[in-house]
Design a protein around this ligand. Sequence first.
Ligand code: G
Ligand code: G
Ligand code: MN
Ligand code: NA
Length: 262
Amino acid sequence: MQLGGELRRALDNDELQVVYQPILRLEDQRVTGVEALVRWQHPTRGAIRPAEFIPAAEQTGLIVPLGRFVLREACRQAAAWSAEFGPDALPEAGVNVSARQLHDPDFVADVAAALADSGLPCERLVLEVTESAVLRGQQVSRTLFELDRMGIRLALDDFGTGESSLSLLRAFPATIVKLDKSFVDGIEIDDGQPAAADARRAVARAVIQLAHALGLATVAEGVESPEQAAVLRELGYTLGQGYHLAQPMTAEDVSRLLARQR
Ligand code: G
Ligand code: G
Ligand code: MN
Ligand code: NA
């Protein structure tokens, strides 16, 4: 597939859309934030999944303009929600950032411009980065510290799947860790064998203890059932994201959710 060339055109032709997956408080299902997720509606092929085109965008460098588009759109939308529902209705708007973007010398300026143009306060923006992206050396590290100094919050995404989670957490200015879905899968299984259940919960338990010790907030990802949500609450997780809690949805659908919890 010649996705690279097609993506360029997609960016120019408004074929990309941003959807938002709510992040909910497990206790009362209140929406406390969203994660922006890009979607591509191709004119002939229909919907193309990010898992297919994000890697192509990273290889071609198109992730830089694509990421800028998502960032600007998410900031604009979050500021609009704040104006409509009040500044406390939706504390955080998360945007995924690829390693390639962190290497772009204009990245910090792009983020600053997206915030200034939208009027979104910097502490409302959460940039989600993976451990492997963070491990890309000095330049990336400088960028992350600069973003932190600006008051933007950083989340370590897919936490636990990378190579050096523990040392990274201290060295990197994260304020949020997002427990990877793979550690939520199976967490609810009760087969009458306490030792086995304990083992399935071990990573989720270790991550929340570490987060508490370091003063970090947590979000459990990939919550697909009420049983999983219950176990996560027992372990001390307060926030969750996943199909059981809310699917990725259009901005209009998020507005409807926010209107209902006003
Ligand atoms: O939404 P979905 O589960 O299909 O996303 C698949 C992957 O694409 C996820 O890892 C997600 O983080 C990534 N992704 C979705 N939107 C963006 C985006 O705007 N920028 C980047 N860099 N990755 C994204
Ligand atoms: O890599 P990242 O954590 O950003 O990926 C987020 C992706 O996970 C989104 O593309 C979203 O569509 C997907 N996702 C969100 N909730 C669930 C879930 O409960 N189950 C599964 N399988 N995927 C989910
Ligand atoms: Mn993410
Ligand atoms: Na994630």
